[in-house]
Ligand binder design. Structure first.
Ligand SMILES: NC(=O)c1ccc[n+]([C@@H]2O[C@H](COP(=O)([O-])OP(=O)(O)OC[C@H]3O[C@@H](n4cnc5c(N)ncnc54)[C@H](OP(=O)(O)O)[C@@H]3O)[C@@H](O)[C@H]2O)c1
Length: 795
């Protein structure tokens, strides 16, 4: 393992040793020389916790591994990259201060999988809040040794995610650009290549100022008279050779040729844009030069006003297989893409941008033989954009993950290669227009993958796919593969990604204030001793809901708790018998809407080491009056009673101890419609030593009973146990649940990968008491063991 000795690395090492492997930890800088050929079972690269340049180190390690991995034998070697973004590859609750340079590791590993088919490659993204938990190290170790998708996110034990891609037609594509007259658009790489095609599409509306940047110096006049009219590379090179005379070396000829060619292309771009009526300027500089970038930004501001949009298209290739790539070639690619962008963002500071777009590549999403450096740099760009999107909520932030275009850096040799692979090329004008269209959209994701359909290069249609992360089943199971082409970069259709799971907007720390705080352990919350998984007391969703509701009501005295939206458990709150934590509930500012007040509320805790965890978050609704209940359908007659007694159900299927055994009867009414009768909770003082209130705001036993019904119904359908992770919408229509018993009606809606969804109604003779819509639970094979282990552990 290459690591910096942090807790996760140390614990994963121990967990692997416990599985019989001999583990060696080495510092990043010390890729061991002289390792005997074929002697490594695998290599785990643990990205540093601090932002620092470590990718040359990755390359050195990969080059060692190429020799040390066995090429044949019964077991495949493994290559694993361990990163800590948000447990969902930046598509989940990514924090705005996350070091995202580590994501380049994913680019390297996605490349290695094409170059080294004899090696099992995987990138694991562990949620930072969980990275020090012992059970997470166990999960990572299991993941390292299991087959499965190339990218797997672990947001907490039992929550595994894979990025998914969804196709979407390009319905609204229009050619008109989004620019306004006061727009000042800085476009690196815009003088030539495919970024110039986007500049062209933007200029078509003829508004705003386009400032193009490239290294090529502007030609001082027309191209020289000896430069032929031809577009043929051989003809042009011959003319250069003749002009330089017989003493010219092949290298001098190549350099002169490239310079003249670039100048010719640049001149054509400038003429085309001027003809559109756009105000344009061109600056010649290397964006990896920080002083030059600062000077550029200052001058543009002075001449044209604030920069309103940044499009970073500058990029270079240095394609080599991993074993042959040099550190200098890697640096060239990385400096232009990543360091160049960092210089630009630093020079722009907090300037409010309307658009921030980068040109990344399908190579970052999928990997491609020979493009390790390029995949690394582009993957860092992708996650830099995810982070900027969190930092700049007013800006349309996009990482265009382009497939190959019919131009730019795609030379005729590459075109032949793509044709042989059956990969379509993005037509230049259509690509530019699509980019201009996407910039105007606000309802799209950040990482968008686009490539041409393979049916022929004249077809200007390419579809888009939305991707986010989707939960998947247990480690090492045969997983439903995410929709990915079976080959490298560019195959198939195009994809757009964003988070599928809707989270409430991440609150800014400064806006949240502490509503209440109290010590939390099993002795002052004895009811938790009957809610135990894997030997630890777990706070049920229903108690989180009480705390969230209490905080909101406490902030608005006299108003009633009416429900919440998007209640999500981010991190289970678990305690051993002797463990204690400080429970904190934080509130955001309230906003008035729908006749009530909405407030983001979070349940957090501080553990013994002072570490803070976010456990649950919801937007809570309080109002003067409860809403009127919507009409309900009559409950169908008949059905079949659940064949197990409730005692057997609790003993063999569920995990709940006596105080949570509220379900008295279960009936299956239709294939996906279930009914249960559930007891009302005793007063809070019977469950907690110092309750917050004398009466519950909802009813934790009834709510938990409904979730127990979900576990039973899902088990009957899928033979897997599940745990609830989110309530999409909860509404309560009166102050109290009935004094004795509530009827719970549950409709299983669908199962997607390992996620099961349901809608639940709570009724009595007077009608609807409350309702949950879009309840989500994660199905997992391992839960069977966790459910069985329901005695509180103490050591
Ligand atoms: N073409 C494709 O199929 C494709 C596919 C996926 C992604 N992309 C991405 O799209 C972008 C443009 O690619 P392209 O195909 O148009 O390549 P290209 O024809 O080689 O153009 C690259 C552009 O970047 C500029 N550039 C490179 N290094 C620079 C530096 N250090 N400072 C300032 N400008 C610099 C170049 O201008 P100078 O040479 O004048 O510096 C040129 O305008 C790249 O980021 C590439 O990764 C392209």
């Amino acid at each position: 393992m290459a690591d910096e000795g942090d807790v996760l690395a140390a614990e994963v090492g121990k967990a692997l040793a416990g599985r019989g492997l001999s583990v060696r930890h080495q510092a990043w800088e010390a890729a061991p020389a002289g390792t005997p050929t074929g002697s490594w079972a695998g290599l785990i690269l643990v990205a540093p916790l601090q932002e620092r340049p470590f990718h040359p180190g990755v390359l050195a390690w990969l080059q060692r591994a190429a020799k040390a991995f066995p090429r044949s034998g019964d077991r495949r070697a493994f290559l694993v990259g361990l990163i800590r973004l948000d447990g969902q590859f930046g598509l989940g609750p990514l924090r705005p201060d996350t070091p995202v340079g580590q994501s380049g590791l994913a680019g390297w590993i996605k490349t290695a999988r094409w170059e080294w088919p004899h090696v099992a490659c995987k990138v694991i993204d562990v949620a930072p809040e969980w990275s020090e938990a012992p059970e997470m190290a166990e999960e990572v170790a299991a993941e390292v040794l299991a087959d499965g998708p190339i990218e797997i996110g672990l947001s907490e034990p039992w929550q595994r995610w894979v990025p998914v891609l969804k196709e979407e037609p390009l319905d609204g594509l229009r050619g008109d650009g989004p620019l306004q007259p006061d727009d000042v658009v800085l476009i690196t790489g815009g003088g030539r290549g495919v970024t110039a095609d986007l500049a062209q599409a933007l200029a078509e509306a003829g508004r705003g100022t386009l400032v193009l940047v490239g290294r090529t110096p502007l030609p001082t006049g027309d191209l020289p008279s000896w430069w032929p009219e031809s577009e043929e590379e051989a003809v042009l090179k011959r003319a250069v050779a003749e002009h330089l005379g017989p003493g010219a070396s092949p290298r001098q000829i190549q350099e002169q040729y490239q310079l003249r060619r670039a100048q010719q292309e640049l001149q054509r771009t400038l003429q085309r844009l001027s003809a559109q009526g756009a105000r344009i300027a061109y600056y010649s500089l290397d964006i990896a030069d920080q002083a030059a970038v600062q000077h550029l930004v200052a001058e543009v501001r002075q001449r044209w006003g604030p920069i309103t949009r940044l499009i970073h298209g500058a990029g270079v290739l240095a394609d080599r297989r991993l074993e042959d790539l040099t550190a200098e070639q890697f640096e060239r690619v990385y400096r232009t893409k990543v360091i160049g962008l960092e210089h630009l963002l630093a020079a722009l500071g907090q300037e409010p941008l309307r658009t921030l777009a980068v040109f990344s590549s399908t190579t970052a999403r999928l990997g491609r033989t020979g493009q390790g450096a390029y995949a690394c740099a582009n993957e860092v760009l992708n996650k830099l954009m995810q982070r900027e999107a969190r930092r700049r909520p007013q800006t349309r932030v996009i990482a265009f993950n382009w497939g190959p275009w019919d131009g730019g850096m795609v030379t005729s040799a590459l075109k032949r290669l793509f044709a042989a692979e059956g990969v379509g090329l993005i037509p230049r004008q259509a690509g530019g227009r699509y980019g201009a269209w996407e910039i105007q959209k606000w309802d799209s994701g950040v990482e968008i993958v686009i490539s041409a359909r393979t049916s022929g290069k004249d077809v200007p249609t390419f579809a888009l796919t939305l991707a986010g992360t989707s939960p998947v089943g247990g480690t090492g199971e045969p997983l439903a593969a995410p929709r990915m082409p079976s080959r490298g970069n560019g195959e198939g259709t195009a994809f757009r990604s964003n988070g599928v799971t809707p989270h409430p907007a991440p609150p800014r720390g400064a806006e949240m204030t502490l509503a209440f705080e109290r010590p939390l352990d099993v002795s002052n919350h004895p009811v938790l001793a009957d809610h135990v998984l894997e030997g630890r007391a777990v706070v049920p969703v229903a108690l989180h809901l009480e705390w969230l509701a209490h905080a909101a009501v406490h902030r608005h005295p006299g108003l009633q708790f009416c429900g919440c939206d998007q209640l999500r458990i981010y991190h289970g709150l678990m305690l051993e018998a002797s463990e204690s934590a400080v429970l904190q509930v934080w509130c955001g500012p309230s906003s008035r809407q729908d006749g009530g007040y909405w407030q983001t509320v979070e349940v957090r805790s501080r553990g013994a080491a002072g570490r803070e965890w976010l456990h649950a978050r919801a937007c809570v609704l309080v109002a003067e009056q409860w809403p009127a209940p919507p009409p309900t359908e009559p409950i169908p007659e008949g059905g079949q009673p659940w064949p197990w007694s409730m005692e057997d159900t609790y003993e063999h299927l569920l995990f709940h101890g006596p105080q949570w055994r509220g379900v008295r009867h279960i009936q299956k009414l239709e294939d996906d419609l279930w009914l249960a009768r559930v007891r009302t909770a005793p007063p809070p003082a019977q469950w907690l030593t110092s309750p917050l209130r004398s009466a519950w705001l909802a009813d934790p036993l009834v709510l938990d009973g409904a979730l127990q019904l979900l576990i039973v119904a899902a088990y009957e359908h899928y033979q897997l146990r599940c745990l609830p992770v989110a309530l999409g919408r909860y509404r309560q229509y009166r102050r109290h649940f009935p004094a004795t018993e509530t009827t719970v009606l549950l409709r299983l809606r669908c199962r997607e990968h390992a996620l099961v969804q349901a809608d639940i109604e709570f009724r009595d003779d007077h009608g609807l008491i409350a309702q949950i819509q879009d309840c989500e639970a994660v199905l997992q094979e391992q839960l069977a063991r966790a459910f069985r282990n329901n005695r509180l552990r103490s050591h």
